[in-house]
Every structure is written in structure tokens, then in C-alpha cells.
Design a binder for this molecule. Structure first.
Ligand code: GLO
Ligand code: MG
Length: 344
């Protein structure tokens, strides 16, 4: 039986269109409407930042955090939804201004670990065991401002602290080489997996791969996925697209490089990613020009492109491709791929 896929989104994927150069252009979308949109678009999983699920979680006692998260879990269940993961949103908080785990301020480092433990409490009460760690500001704008040896150890210490405090959770690291920092300390999947292997619980550390982040690192997203899949470590994906080396664009999946998107779907199919139960997430942003009444079109298109590419992968003339490979005739293989994608 060919794998079926489950899809997920985060509330930040439906947003009012503000960018660094201009204010919002659409009204804010209340959380209930995000859930309604998820259901209408055929998405089953919701990705959370910790304070998306429990606003103001730092001012609440543990019992109140659990109560609010459990209420959210019921709200999801009422609509046939589940929480896929929760991520500690360290990068928007005043204490995280210079990074969390690698801040030069020891009290900020302590705060980052405490906040991550609260994030775990939120996740467990939501009924999910996956924490996503996007080390957004763990890096530098001025290289000499931090010691990279020490910083690498600090990230590992934070991972260990979370793993030790929460024996039932897994951490998926989402590496990104830059933005908002100039140089990130965990820029690629190789870095993330090496940290996981050195942690106190290597079995509980994996990765989330975002297409755009791999491209920003100058790497091929499908090969990054292949590397993680070979290790059984691909626990989520943020499929999107990116036009080369510039700001993180979060374009519709396949919008910049359709063949690259085909290759990502191909590797997911070859490795049976769908059978693992992991979600297909799309970390895509609506264009600023989009009107409010159609500001979820980017999600619908990404899913549609993904499913069309699943069909393209499944209908690929593999026997002919195998003959090209046996003959070492990669020019014919190139043409076969292009003609298959062009449907000529
Ligand atoms: C930004 C990241 C961000 C994360 C999300 C989950 O570049 O991709 O969207 O995926 O905050 O931690
Ligand atoms: Mg992402």
C-alpha cells in the first residue's frame, strides 16, 4: 500500500502580512479561525510555539499551564486535530535578545532552559512528545562576541537538560544557517545530528528539515533529508521553497524549483517517511499582496503541489531509469526526468 501522508501547519503560517519593512496588511486571524482553516484545508496536525498554546505561560504556575494546555488539547480534539510539536519561542522574549542557550548573560541562559522545560509541560499536556528546537538567535552578528567552542557546548548542555528533565519527550532540532543571526551555531543537519549523538539520550534527538534552511546553507534539501532518513532521524519537515541566497522566503512548496521539490518528495517516498506517522508540514507564508479572504491559498497550493508530486514520483518510469543507470547513460536519465515532469 502506498504511504498516506498527514499534513500539519503552525498558526504563524496564516498571518497578517507584516514584514521588516511594513506593518500588517490584513486583520489578525483569531486562533479559532486558524483551526477552522486547518480542517477545511485537510490538515490534521497543529504545530505550536509554547505561547501559541498557552499565552503568558511565564506568569502561570505549572498547574495553570497544564490546565490551559489540556483545554487546548480538547479544543483540537473537538475538530479532529492533534498537536504535532511544541517549540519554545525564545527568540521573541527580552531575555533571549542575545540568544538563549548561548547568551553571554548567564541568567538568560538559565531562563532559556527553564522556559524550555515549561514548553515540555505544555507539550505533554497537549498530548504530544515532540519538542522542536529552532536555535534562532543561538549565534552571532559579531563573531568575536562569543566563543564558538563554549557555545557549542552550551547548546548541548541545554539539550541534555531538557532530555534529563523530560524522559518521555523527543527533540527535533530545526537548523538554519542565518537569519535572524548572521552566523548560527547549528547551521545544518550534520551539526544537529552530531549534537544529538553526543547528548545523554541520542535516541531522543532527531531533526526537522526545512527546505529553505537547507538552501540557505548552500545544500540540497533532498540530500539533507536522505542523510537524516538514513539515520532514522527525520521526525518532521517544513516544506517550502527559496530563490537562492537571500532572506528566508517561505515560498509555496515547488514555487522556485519544481524539480528540487520532486526530489524531496522522491526521497520521502523512497524512505517510507509517510509510514513513520511523521507529518508533512509546510512552513510557508502568504504573500503580502494577498487579500484577507484568500490568505490561506499558499497552504492549499503547497499541499496540492506535494500530492501532485507524490503521483509524479509513483508514476516515474523506473524500469527505463534503471536501464539508463545500468548503461551509465545519465544524459538519457536527465531527459527522462525532465520529460516526466513536463508530461511530454
Ligand atoms: C524560521 C523557522 C520558524 C520555525 C518555527 C518552529 O525561519 O522556520 O518558522 O520553523 O518557529 O520553531
Ligand atoms: Mg521552519
Amino acid at each position: 500500500m502506498p504511504a498516506a501522508y498527514r499534513f500539519s501547519i503552525g498558526p504563524w503560517n496564516i498571518h497578517p502580512g507584516a514584514d521588516p519593512f511594513g506593518p500588517p496588511v490584513r486583520p489578525p486571524v483569531p486562533f479559532d479561525q486558524v483551526l477552522d482553516a486547518a480542517v477545511a484545508l485537510g490538515f490534521e496536525g497543529i504545530q505550536f510555539h509554547d505561547d501559541d498554546a498557552v499565552p503568558d505561560l511565564e506568569s502561570l504556575a505549572p498547574a495553570a499551564i497544564a490546565r490551559e494546555a489540556e483545554a487546548m488539547r480538547r479544543r483540537l480534539a473537538d475538530q479532529g486535530l492533534v498537536a504535532e510539536f511544541v517549540a519554545p519561542r525564545l527568540w521573541e522574549h527580552a531575555h533571549g535578545i542575545d540568544g538563549g542557550y548561548t547568551s553571554n548573560d548567564p541568567s538568560a541562559r538559565r531562563w532559556a532552559i527553564e522556559r524550555s522545560k515549561r514548553c515540555v509541560d505544555v507539550a505533554l499536556a497537549l498530548g504530544c512528545d515532540l519538542i522542536v528546537m529552532w536555535p534562532a538567535r543561538e549565534g552571532t552578528a559579531v563573531r568575536e562576541s562569543k566563543n564558538p567552542v563554549q557555545a557549542s557546548r552550551q547548546v548541548l548542555e541545554a539539550i541534555d537538560a531538557i532530555l534529563l528533565a523530560a524522559p518521555n519527550v523527543r527533540i527535533a532540532i530545526e537548523p538554519k544557517p542565518n537569519e535572524p543571526v548572521d552566523h548560527a551555531f547549528v547551521p545544518t543537519i550534520g551539526h544537529a545530528l552530531s549534537l544529538g549523538a553526543r547528548s545523554v539520550a541520542p535516541d531522543r534527538v532527531g531533526v526537522l528539515i526545512e527546505t529553505a534552511h537547507a538552501i540557505l546553507a548552500g545544500l540540497d534539501p533532498s540530500d539533507e533529508m536522505g542523510f537524516a532518513l538514513a539515520a532514522g532521524k527525520l521526525w518532521s519537515v517544513h516544506l517550502n521553497d527559496q530563490n537562492g541566497l537571500k532572506f528566508d522566503q517561505d515560498k509555496v512548496f515547488g514555487a522556485a524549483n519544481l524539480r528540487g521539490a520532486f526530489d524531496q518528495v522522491r526521497v520521502l517516498e523512497m524512505a517510507g517517511y509517510g509510514d513513520t506517522g511523521a507529518f508533512i508540514g509546510f512552513d510557508v507564508k502568504a504573500q503580502r499582496t494577498q487579500r484577507a479572504d484568500s490568505a490561506t491559498a499558499h497552504l492549499a497550493t503547497s499541499k496540492r503541489v506535494f500530492l501532485a508530486l507524490v503521483e509524479k514520483v509513483r508514476s516515474f518510469p523506473q524500469t527505463i531509469a534503471d536501464q539508463c543507470i545500468a548503461d551509465r547513460d545519465y544524459e538519457s536519465l536527465e531527459r527522462l526526468v525532465l520529460e516526466h515532469l513536463l508530461a511530454v
